[in-house]
Design a protein around this ligand. Sequence first.
Ligand SMILES: CC(C)=CCC/C(C)=C/CC/C(C)=C/CC/C(C)=C/COP(=O)(O)OP(=O)(O)O
Ligand SMILES: O=P(O)(O)OC[C@@H](O)CO
Ligand SMILES: [Mg+2]
Length: 240
Amino acid sequence: MTAPWDDWDHIIKLDPDKTLAGDDTFEDVCETGTDAIEIGGTLDMTREKMQSVIDACAKYDVALYQEPSNPAVVVDDEALDGYLVPVVLNAGDIAWMTGFHKEWVKMSDVDWDRTATEAYIVMNPDASVAELTDADCDQSAEDVAAYAEIAEQMYGQEIVYIEYSGTFGDPEVVEAAQKKLDETALFYGGGIHDYDSAHTMAKHADTIIVGDLVHDEGVEAVRETVEGAKDAKKAHAESA
Ligand SMILES: CC(C)=CCC/C(C)=C/CC/C(C)=C/CC/C(C)=C/COP(=O)(O)OP(=O)(O)O
Ligand SMILES: O=P(O)(O)OC[C@@H](O)CO
Ligand SMILES: [Mg+2]
């Protein structure tokens, strides 16, 4: 079965709680060449902030997904192509694996045709997401690879997401996880800031995610990461 993200090399994650850099507009962000925009963040999320970013991106020709950080911020909007809902495999509290999801399903009529989950492995202990979920980030490459394997083989996850949010991770960890995955897509996010860092991670991950850079440096810098990701994929396709 094919999924939209099978064709994605690069995603921009827009945090509705942060502003764009310099004179950048949402049009500029949508036209960087990225394959998809994912709207989400850990801290201070509200439905209103989510909605305003959806409205700002809706008219451009780029896939638009919401990544809700809790059930209260999910926005029902046809402008969205779908929802990517995190589950955190190494969370300290099972609420981040199943609890919030159970509450969400109780309180709403979930559009499962437009919803997929992302099986997160959170690796940077200093990130808000690690603190919030009380994640055990002390994981070796072998551990992360094993998490990836159970995500696919036991829990049937379509996406595994290695999350180093705020810092550039270890490419060997990403490589080890990729080796254990068969059909499941591997997302990598964290600290991608230029052509080389994008190229390095895109050699191992199926899709790389760029977050802070768009808010801190802007679209010029993001465009370089799109190029890095696309070049890595091209080189891989040519060598296959
Ligand atoms: C059941 C529903 C609808 C939602 C629950 C979803 C879950 C389990 C969320 C837990 C993990 C989480 C908060 C993911 C949000 C996306 C994310 C990791 C954003 C990046 O976070 P940071 O970079 O740490 O945060 P800031 O940039 O806001 O500091
Ligand atoms: O903000 P950065 O470090 O680019 O991380 C991207 C994304 O993985 C955050 O959820
Ligand atoms: Mg962040």
